[in-house]
Design a protein around this ligand. Structure first.
Ligand SMILES: Cc1cc2nc3c(=O)[nH]c(=O)nc-3n(C[C@H](O)[C@H](O)[C@H](O)COP(=O)(O)OP(=O)(O)OC[C@H]3O[C@@H](n4cnc5c(N)ncnc54)[C@H](O)[C@@H]3O)c2cc1C
Length: 395
């Protein structure tokens, strides 16, 4: 995504007086090869860590055979305690012809950029890949079954995201029911009662990622599931099998890498020393790596009002941010949701360049219990994208 974001910025450099930008092109096999090299170097570093710590690693497929036993490729091992960290797997929805579609696992290995791509699903994975491929030059159509893409987003943020999708050339179809994927990869749909067909070279299935616990044979260890995930308490302990803990994608709905990194040590501590540490997601910043990106922390205005909080919102379009202006990246907005009277910051949403970084200023402020006006009167570096967070708190 980062490569395509740089490519997109560079392509628009013409407007800044930089010549030659219009002839830039992506070398797709090189982009994929570089991505593969980065992933390899990150995972080889991780693979070396257990060895350094003297922790034996069994490489194979684990499966519970009883409460305290697992088998790994035919050999049985027993333990007092277990931590499940088996992640999630992309869903393959029950659509006739689903075998002609690919998931994000396969898409990231494609050596050829598809000329046309239909994305089934308008959640964060569908949007991230849809934007990346569209800015890279693929003709993208996103099919979303419900009335809105990214349903949890603030509607004003979504409106800007949709404007950006249109600029990227993405066709977004809502209320779209996928009826069939054909072997030529065309997708037959029903939209508002009318049949519509979309031609494609690749069909990306982006309809969610269920937790990958079922292949572990959880029943043998009496592990209760909540949909596909291990049902855990605030100590990450299975509610039905107290000697088992679960973390990351296998334990819940916050499917983000930092969740797994945060929960792993907590589960290990609780499994060894007893339940002493609870998880706390009161301030949990996230980003959607669309182009432009979306950063979020805390409650949206609608969520706060639904909870009966006297919530108000301050907003600042990116066009009032001088850093965005000088860089010609004015598509975006900062929205700060706060409690009237107390000035407690309830949540912040940012869409625009560097949103994935600037949202962390808001998360720090919320973690520190700062009031909106305290942030709004702080010194900051000018001109910066982060300055927009401070300016929005000042208004
Ligand atoms: C396309 C895509 C983009 C994403 N982008 C972001 C992002 O930008 N930022 C972000 O924070 N998160 C992102 N995520 C989410 C992030 O990758 C996951 O939340 C994170 O990897 C979860 O970590 P985990 O340790 O729970 O599981 P995983 O990283 O999935 O690890 C699970 C491991 O368990 C192994 N395993 C599974 N079953 C068994 C078994 N029975 N026996 C033995 N081993 C087993 C698997 O092989 C795997 O190695 C993205 C995910 C996807 C798919």
């Amino acid at each position: 995504m980062s490569t395509i974001e740089l490519f997109t910025r560079a392509r628009h450099a013409q407007e800044l007086g930089i010549r030659g930008a219009e002839t830039l092109a992506l070398d797709w096999p090189v982009v994929i090869a570089r991505k593969n090299a980065i992933v390899k170097s990150w995972s080889s570093g991780k693979n070396a860590t257990p060895d350094k710590l003297g922790v034996p690693v069994l490489r194979g497929h684990a499966r519970f055979t009883s409460l305290h036993e697992i088998s790994v490729d035919g050999k049985t091992y027993s333990a007092e305690k277990f931590i499940i960290a088996t992640g999630s797997e992309p869903a393959r929805p029950e659509i006739p012809g689903v075998e002609y579609g690919i998931t994000s696992d396969e898409l990231i290995h494609l050596n050829e950029q598809p000329a046309r791509m239909v994305v089934v699903g308008g959640g964060f994975i569908g949007l991230e890949f849809g934007f990346a491929l569209a800015w890279a030059g693929t003709k993208v159509t996103i099919l979303q079954s419900g009335p809105e893409i990214a349903p949890a987003l603030d509607p004003e943020i979504r409106a800007i995201l949709l404007e950006s999708a249109a600029k990227a050339g993405i066709a977004v179809k809502t209320h779209a029911k996928v009826m069939r994927i054909r072997s030529d990869k065309s997708v037959e749909t029903e939209i508002a009662g009318r049949a519509e067909k979309f031609s494609a070279d690749q069909v990306l299935l982006a309809t969610g990622r269920p937790s990958n616990v079922a292949p572990l044979n959880p029943g043998a260890a009496k592990i209760e599931l909540d949909q596909s995930a291990v049902k855990v308490n605030e100590y990450l302990q299975s509610v039905s099998a107290p000697h088992i803990y679960a973390v990351g994608d296998s334990a819940g709905k916050r499917q983000q890498s930092p969740v797994a990194w945060y929960e792993g040590p907590i589960a290990a501590h609780n499994a060894i020393k007893g339940n002493e540490r609870k998880v706390d997601f009161a301030v949990f910043p996230t980003a959607i790596f669309t182009i432009p990106a979306v950063g979020q922390v805390g409650l949206t205005e609608a969520e706060a009002l639904k909870r009966g909080i006297n919530a108000k919102a301050s907003k600042l379009p990116y066009e009032y941010n001088p850093a965005a202006g000088v860089r010609n990246e004015t598509d975006g907005m900062v929205k700060v949701v706060y409690e009237e009277g107390t000035e407690r910051i309830l949540g912040v949403q940012v869409i625009g360049a560097h949103a994935e970084d600037t949202i962390q200023i808001a998360a720090m402020a919320m973690n520190g219990g700062l009031k909106k006006s305290q942030v709004g009167t702080m010194h900051y570096v000018f001109p910066t994208f982060g300055g927009a967070i401070f300016d929005t708190m000042a208004s």
